[in-house]
Design a protein around this ligand. Structure first.
Ligand SMILES: [Zn+2]
Length: 50
């Protein structure tokens, strides 16, 4: 399963989302500060190797 690393440009929160959580976050904004989130604020990380 793909994981998405999100770094908030405003509050600098670093969170990891799965696909469903990512969709929710894009709709509702940063969980911490409420800043609108764009698709480009995520870095994709395929499962497994770090
Ligand atoms: Zn934020």
């Amino acid at each position: 399963m793909a994981r998405y690393e999100f770094t908030c440009p405003d509050c600098t929160a670093q969170l990891e989302f799965d696909d469903r959580q990512r969709s929710v976050a894009i709709r509702s904004g940063c969980p911490l500060c409420g800043r609108p989130i764009a698709d480009t604020d995520f870095a994709t990380r395929e499962g497994g190797s770090a």
